[in-house]
Design a protein around this ligand. Sequence first.
Ligand SMILES: [Zn+2]
Length: 139
Amino acid sequence: MERVPAVEGLFSEKDGKAELIGSRCTTCKTAYFPKAAICHNPKCDKSEIEEHRFGGRGKLWSYSVQNFPPPPPHKFDAPYKIYALGVVDLADSGLRLMGQMQVENFDEIKIGGTVELVVDALYHENDKEFTSWKFKPVA
Ligand SMILES: [Zn+2]
């Protein structure tokens, strides 16, 4: 089955390694995901944005359990399966972002625990597997 990103240009998957495609201001080091065209840090002297890839590990800041299906345009495989949405501080980046948790059981999820950025299936449509980034707890 062909594996394609649910949204183009937000992340990449190379040799099993997941990376988010964002940007960073080279002057003040502020990180942006998705990419920003200009630096939004009011204390920044000079906006100098360049593409930056974020990945690796992070720390779970908080999460919530999605007990009911999300409204359109969100897509999911039927029947709807309850999932957890994590908020993660990505290491050495200054980024805090959301992503589905990749777990078998919710008791694997620990606030403050280490998670790893992965790319995984989000839904299937027209014989294609649509993917997104997710966070997987690291034991
Ligand atoms: Zn800046």
